[in-house]
Design a protein around this ligand. Structure first.
Ligand SMILES: NC(=O)c1ccc[n+]([C@@H]2O[C@H](COP(=O)([O-])OP(=O)(O)OC[C@H]3O[C@@H](n4cnc5c(N)ncnc54)[C@H](O)[C@@H]3O)[C@@H](O)[C@H]2O)c1
Ligand SMILES: O=C(O)[C@H](O)[C@H](O)COP(=O)(O)O
Length: 375
């Protein structure tokens, strides 16, 4: 690419683009959900989130030579098309994995589920599932893993076995083809395996679970306690399903400020590799003063209380239900409300920004909280 300033088109909801990319040229912010080819006339670089389908329809005829997605997931990118047409690309593997794992434990805390007494099943054991597995190992909690690409994982088990565990966590990507597609990996038969006293946490991609089949199972009045962060047909989600889940959130498990900034930084680093240059100082969520958390109660209640002071997913659940009520009342379409909650998401910091102020906790609880990243 030439030495002239670059023209960078970036989704309006990616944080710190000006700080991380401003030295390279001119930045134009766009609404990613409905990005059109006509908005890419003259663009060299395109920075997207998961809501932009990046394919031949969008890119053919444009001068874009590098696409950066500040996300872990890549199912919105037509990688084959880009590689065939000489468009370089990068996502941000693992950028918000810690945020998702913290979401899982906070959701369990909100449900009053003492994770120390439960067995876990993990579907998809990459950056997110693998981090969860390592934390569970450090806490001496049993887990079984279904990941067809990782047969040597020490906890490797069949999908059937994994789905019969006490807490089932879904962290598989949405994969369309190949030997292990994941669309509706959990269909009616697999959903039937989930125990009534189990917990299901889905934080990969919505269409990994057949939402209609899940709704049918929950409508029968039984089924597991259910935490859904991702949905089929986002942002126009199934409002009946939302009524049936225990915690429903608008695809924000990975939305810690740390995770978002890591995504922006990783894409800048990838662009530098492409350009053969190096990055300026990066924006970071580090260095903020440690925020105090106080303990109340003892044992699991104290630990759960601390986690929920750091992040309580029930606040996100309430906001999503309020958006659903507005949709039902006809004052704001659900799709608009879902995207607005994501756009206006409050700043959320990961556990590493907090510290536990008083010493009411026992040694075991302190050690367990340290494993989770809370000191
Ligand atoms: N809810 C959120 O906010 C949020 C945040 C981050 C990531 N995600 C989603 O979670 C997914 C996983 O994230 P990651 O960082 O662990 O990705 P990753 O690419 O590091 O790992 C994905 C793992 O899933 C496995 N896998 C592939 N196909 C599978 C299948 N059919 N069944 C089971 N496992 C399969 C892969 O072998 C790999 O080990 C991402 O692709 C993304 O879609 C969601
Ligand atoms: O894939 C990811 O990294 C996550 O799903 C991420 O949180 C998606 O967020 P978005 O790009 O839609 O803002």
């Amino acid at each position: 690419m030439s030495e002239r300033p670059l023209s960078i088109v970036a989704d309006e909801n990616i944080p710190a683009v000006e700080e991380c990319f401003g030295d390279l040229g001119e930045i134009t912010r766009v609404a990613g959900r409905n990005l059109k080819a006509s908005q890419l006339v003259g663009a060299d670089i395109l920075l997207v989130r998961s809501v932009t389908e990046v394919n031949g329809e969008l890119l053919s005829g444009s001068p874009v030579r590098f696409v950066g997605s500040c996300t872990i997931g890549t199912d919105h990118l037509d990688i084959d098309w880009m590689e065939k047409h000489g468009v370089a690309w990068s996502a941000a593997p693992g950028c918000n994995a810690n945020s998702v794992v913290e979401y899982v434990f906070c959701a369990l805390a909100a449900l009053g589920v003492d994770w120390r007494r439960r067995s876990f099943g993990i579907v998809g054991c990459g950056n997110v599932g693998g981090l969860l597995q390592r934390r569970l190992h450090s806490l001496d909690i049993e887990c079984a893993v279904y990941d067809p690409w990782l047969p040597d994982n020490p906890d490797s088990a069949s999908l059937h076995t994994v789905l019969e565990r006490d807490v089932v966590c879904l962290h598989a990507p949405l994969v369309g083809g190949g030997p292990h597609p994941s669309h509706h990996l959990l269909g009616p038969d697999e959903i039937a395996l989930l125990r009534d006293d189990a917990v299901l946490v889905s934080a990969g991609r919505g269409a990994v679970v057949d939402n209609r089949a899940l709704r049918a199972r929950l409508q029968d009045g039984d089924g597991p306690a259910t935490v859904l962060d991702v949905w089929e047909n986002e942002p126009d989600i199934d409002l009946d399903l939302l009524q049936l889940v225990d915690i429903g959130t608008p695809h924000i498990a990975g939305y810690s400020m740390d995770g978002k900034l890591a995504g922006t930084r990783m894409v800048r680093a990838a662009l530098d590799r492409f350009l053969g240059s190096s990055a300026p100082d990066e924006a970071t969520a580090d260095g903020a003063p440690a925020l105090p958390l106080s303990t109340e109660g003892q044992g699991f209640a104290a630990m759960a209380g601390l986690l929920l002071q750091a992040y309580d997913p029930r606040a996100d659940d309430l906001r999503l239900r309020a958006a659903a009520e507005r949709a039902a009342a006809g004052s704001e379409p659900m799709a608009q409300g879902f995207d607005r909650l994501r756009k206006e998401y409050p700043e959320r910091l990961e556990f590493s920004h907090f510290h536990i102020q008083d010493a009411g906790l026992g040694e075991a609880e302190r050690r367990q909280l340290a494993v989770l990243g809370l000191l």
